[in-house]
Design a protein around this ligand. Structure first.
Ligand code: PEP
Ligand code: MG
Length: 590
């Protein structure tokens, strides 16, 4: 999609890595892999064709190993993504199915591979979950590298690019992205991909601006065209006018200044002007994101969404695989705490191999703890892995989607059984591990006083709490205007949970996205929420606003907020009272 303003063309995509850059485009092609002929293979040649496929897989795998071995120090933690790709080479859906297609249909390997990939793509096509789409991209990257070997196409040698350019491609694999040399590549623009693509994750770590999901960038942009990439807003501007160039150069330096100021202080504690220290932690989906939590000054991990490890493969991970990952995370974070949330699959995070259940309303269906309690083997495997990892640092365990007391009791019972069996086997674990529940279903918020008797902490999951309390689908654009974190109903629900926390020993955390927006912080502080967890990049700005606030003032202010009857009223009051503070931290620039 694009709109034109004379010669200047604006392309709209998804900003996956923030920052602004201006430079010459460098188109990266993948000749040969898209146009594939079909031909039939004689019965006697079938085994040779399969051999040809297997050797293409082996060569592609060897090449990937070379890339892993030569991964620069700064990207070491991302070798994990490439290791995942290595495993995919032998995946049944790819490897097994292609061989089966060659044999059954007696077709050439290229055609069989192309057919298998297009089947997988259409299988996942109907799913809206961005993370799953990202995993399909991984699948495609792996198959492309096999295809390159089959057709003898040259692979893109990103490491050999010797000018300062912005890469423009249909897609760039994580392996290719990891070869980027920072002194050469200013930014990244692709037709495919989105927020949760691994390429996006690597671009964020490299801190190069990137926009993905542009659909037609490679058809519109030509080699050496001057382009502006705005990774904050997801816009790419082709043929910028002089005026646009001046505007974006200014924006670029303002953004650099903002980032420098905000990250310079990110390791200072989040302490209010009257001496209250808040815990500001990071949310992660993948173990390699641990580094950005530390870099952005996080006090720990307040939410480790473990389902992504299940989503990125084609079968349940084993206890040892899970344990290794949790142990890696806690070892890096120690002495900071890590809150591991148990599997929250289903809903919009469907795991194809976990269930063949067709649900009309999956978000209200067998998700989170409900799924785990029905599948004790899956649940207990994860609980064992978490408990084993708890011997290596401060781990908290968090149960998602709790809607009633019975679920808490049942989950705790299974945890106790697992702890008992570890004890019998003489395997060490933290016997005093803190147990918490997500408060993300309104019934759990309302019953917070009852829940408080069963657990050590609450973590308010506003992403779902808002969705369920206001009956607004969190991913439906049509009703996005009704998805209001500062709706008075939400503020009252949070207040109720915070008050239960104050009147009991239960610690109250907030790990939904509401915690990451500086606009909400005065109210959260006023309600008594002092433990926040968010996407790592938001930590510096949240810490900065906390340092400008005073708890007593925030409490007084929140009393007025509670009298408001609409989100608009609340927002007006926030800007009247704290507008200048928000302005001072550069809120408008972020
Ligand atoms: C939430 O619901 O607020 C939350 C943090 O969990 P998720 O976004 O993974 O549903
Ligand atoms: Mg949730």
């Amino acid at each position: 999609m694009f709109d034109t303003n004379e010669m200047e063309i604006h392309l709209h995509g998804i900003g996956v890595s923030p920052g602004i850059c201006i430079g010459k485009a460098y188109l990266v092609g993948k000749e040969g892999v898209d146009i594939v002929d079909k031909y039939l293979i004689g019965k006697d040649d079938l085994q040779n064709e399969i051999k040809r496929f297997k050797s293409a897989v082996k060569n592609a795998k060897d090449k990937l190993q070379e890339i892993i071995d030569s991964t620069p120090e700064g990207l070491r933690e991302h070798a994990y993504i490439l290791e995942t790709h290595k495993v995919m080479f032998k995946d049944k859906m790819l490897y097994g199915k292609t061989i089966e297609t060659i044999e059954k249909e007696r077709v050439n390997a290229e055609w069989a591979l192309k057919k298998v990939v297009s089947n997988v793509k259409s299988m996942f096509n109907n799913m809206t979950d961005a993370y799953l789409q990202g995993r399909v991209d991984d699948f495609v990257h792996v198959s492309e590298s096999i295809m390159q070997n089959l057709v003898g196409a040259k692979s893109v040698d990103i490491a050999a690019i010797d000018k300062r350019v912005i890469l423009v491609a249909t897609d760039i694999s994580p392996a290719e992205t990891s070869q980027i040399q920072l002194e050469k590549i200013k930014g990244l623009v692709t037709d495919l991909g989105g927020k949760t693509s691994h390429t996006g994750i690597i671009a964020r770590t490299l801190e190069i601006p990137a926009v993905q999901g542009l659909d037609n960038a490679t058809r519109t942009i030509k080699n050496d065209d001057i382009i502006v990439v705005d990774g904050n807003s997801g816009i790419v501007i082709l043929h910028p006018t002089d005026q646009t160039l001046i505007e974006f150069e200014e924006r670029q330096s303002r953004y650099e200044e903002y980032k420098a100021v905000i990250t310079r202080d990110s390791h200072l504690p989040a302490e209010t002007t009257d001496g209250f220290k808040l815990e500001v932690m990071g949310n992660i989906e993948l173990p390699e994101e641990v580094v950005s939590v530390i870099n952005y000054g996080g006090d720990g991990i307040g939410l480790f969404r473990t389902e992504f490890q299940y989503l990125s493969q084609f079968n349940f991970p084993s206890e040892d695989e899970l344990f290794d990952q949790y142990k890696d995370v806690i070892e890096v974070m120690t002495p900071r705490p890590v809150t591991i949330r148990t599997l929250d699959i289903s809903g919009e995070k469907a795991v194809s191999y976990a269930t063949d259940l067709e649900e009309k309303n999956p978000v209200l269906g067998l998700r989170g703890i409900r799924y785990c309690l029905k599948n004790p083997e899956v649940f207990k495997t994860q609980l064992r892995a978490i408990l084993r990892a708890s011997a290596f640092g401060k781990i908290r365990i968090l149960f998602p989607m709790i809607s009633c007391q019975d679920e808490v009791l049942a989950a705790k019972k299974m945890l106790a059984e697992v702890a008992g069996s570890l004890e019998k086997e003489g395997i060490p674990f933290d016997e005093n591990i803190e147990i918490g529940i997500m408060i993300e279903v309104p019934s759990a918020a309302i019953m917070a006083d009852v829940m408080a008797k069963e657990v050590d902490f609450f973590s308010i999951g506003t992403n779902d709490l808002i969705q369920y309390a206001l009956a607004v689908d969190r991913v439906n654009k049509q009703v996005a205007h009704l998805y209001q974190p500062l709706n008075p109903a939400i503020i009252r629900l949070i207040k109720h949970v915070a008050d239960v926390g104050k009147n009991s020993d239960v610690k109250v955390f907030m790990c939904g996205e509401m915690a990451s927006d500086p606009v909400n912080i005065p109210i959260l502080l006023g309600l008594g929420i002092k433990r926040l967890s968010m996407n790592p990049q938001s930590i510096p700005a949240v810490k900065k606003i906390v340092r400008a606030l005073n708890v007593e003032d925030a409490k007084r202010f929140t009393k007025d907020v509670l009298k408001e009857t609409s989100e608009t009223g609340v927002l007006e009051l926030v800007f009247q009272t704290y507008g200048s503070t928000l302005f001072d931290i550069g809120y408008a620039e972020s």
